[in-house]
Design a binder for this molecule. Structure first.
Ligand SMILES: O=C[C@H](O)[C@H](O)[C@H](O)COP(=O)(O)O
Length: 228
């Protein structure tokens, strides 16, 4: 995950997006340090009487939402009006996500939403995506997917856990390959190639999915549409 952004910038972005939440909405709750500020702001609004239901995108966002008193539901039972989620890199209308290994559930929830707002600090913005693309793989497909990624011009690395020996294991029980492709000239083509590899559960390229980005700075927030 890019960690360059200040907490004040992340907070500004998260709280700005939370203002878009209206009474009666079902809200997709993203993962990561920036989305967490939105979840806390929604929690405070719930405390003050806002009637919303949250759909978490990870163990982390579920726990935080529960701590904040946000009622939760599964995608089996509701449809999402608005999703708010972070990103590791943003270029044009496309994102790389999955620095926290949550991109599979995030993509399901974010893609299902009527509107998807990205929350970010300025360090996440780029002209061309070049952040290593996280790919969640079934454990038995780790080597075959890594070889296929190399054939696509990427450099795959198994994500290792920081506080345990061995690999990161996702909320879905799978492994993550961080795949460095250098500058990605055609994110849609790469997304399609990666999605077609046997054993890939989900990759972290979010192509033309988001509607709007809230970029926070300590001095304010810039809103920009991400889709035409
Ligand atoms: O898997 C994690 C997610 O895609 C996050 O939304 C992403 O890594 C951004 O996180 P943060 O806001 O902490 O930089």
């Amino acid at each position: 995950m890019k960690q360059g952004g200040s907490d004040a910038a992340k907070q500004a972005a998260g709280e700005s997006a939370a203002e878009a939440v209206e009474d009666g909405m079902v809200v997709g709750l993203g993962t990561g340090s920036t989305a967490a500020y939105a979840i806390r702001a929604i929690g405070r609004a719930v405390d003050a009487g806002l009637d919303v239901v949250g759909v978490p995108t990870s163990f982390q966002s579920r726990e935080l939402a529960r701590d904040c008193g946000i009622p939760l539901a599964d995608l089996d039972d509701v449809s999402v009006d608005l999703a708010i989620d972070g990103a590791d890199e943003v270029a044009g209308g496309d994102l790389v996500k999955g620095g926290g290994a949550a991109h599979a559930r995030e993509k399901i929830v974010d893609a299902s939403a009527d509107r998807f707002l990205v929350v970010a600090d300025p360090t996440k913005e780029a002209n061309v995506l070049s952040y290593p693309v996280p790919i969640e793989v079934l454990p038995m497909a780790r080597s075959t997917v890594a070889t296929a990624v190399e054939h696509l011009g990427g450099d795959p690395a198994l994500r290792r856990a920081e506080h345990k020996d061995g690999p990161v294991v996702t909320d879905n029980g799978n492994l993550v390959l961080d795949c460095d492709f250098g500058p990605i000239d055609d994110p849609a083509a790469l997304a399609s190639d990666l999605a077609g590899l046997p054993g890939v559960v989900e990759h972290g390229l979010f192509v033309d999915m988001a509607d709007e980005i809230h970029v926070g700075t300590p001095d304010g927030v810039t809103l920009r549409p991400l889709s035409e």
